[in-house]
Design a protein around this ligand. Structure first.
Ligand SMILES: [Zn+2]
Length: 181
């Protein structure tokens, strides 16, 4: 199986990475690297993660723009499926701090993993998080949720974070060193 969480691939910030959308090219999902396998089909375009490959079915296997689009749509679906329960878990975890469920928005951002607007109660999570290990997604969700109670990175914030997720530094370090945006 070609799966490698801490791959020997050079670590390039995700927004600087250039993808060619050809078979064999590695693409990330939940911290693993999967070779893309592009297959022509007369069916509707779709993507299947078969354990070792990210298999993308398309009517136009040579059309890289379309392949990029299909893959992006797939990432967005996965992000919704993964992030919603992760945010719900973070809210449950943060129950002692009496934080209510924010509205979740998923956007592609170049400069941050997430943000929380206290006023509108909107939690934005970076779509690119779907490419990182799940413990890192959990860390970002909890970090942002705690901002509902502690808006700045003050002592109260870090004490809540350490209390609810004692290993948050390791998770942050994995993001910084292995999955920079
Ligand atoms: Zn923060």
């Amino acid at each position: 199986m070609y799966k490698n969480r801490y791959s020997s691939q050079p670590v390039i910030p995700e927004h600087e990475r250039v993808y060619h959308y050809v078979s064999g090219e590695l693409h990330k999902y939940l911290g693993y690297h999967y070779p893309l396998s592009i297959i022509g089909t007369s069916d509707e375009p779709h993507v299947v993660l078969n354990g070792s490959h990210l298999v993308l079915y398309t009517k136009h296997p040579q059309d890289r723009g379309e392949i990029a689009f299909i893959l992006d749509m797939w990432y967005r679906e996965q992000a919704k499926d993964v992030f919603v329960p992760v945010v719900a878990d973070a809210i449950v975890k943060a129950a002692p701090y009496k934080i209510s469920m924010p509205k979740l928005r998923i956007y592609k951002l170049d400069d941050r993993w997430g943000s929380l607007s206290q006023k509108s109660k909107i939690l934005v999570m970076n779509l690119e998080l779907i490419k990182t290990p799940k413990p890192c997604i959990e860390y970002i969700a909890l970090h942002e949720v705690i901002h509902a109670r502690y808006p700045s990175h003050d002592m109260g914030f870090y004490s809540a974070l350490s209390n609810l997720m004692p290993d948050w530094r390791e998770r942050e370090n994995i993001l910084r060193t292995k999955f920079p945006i």
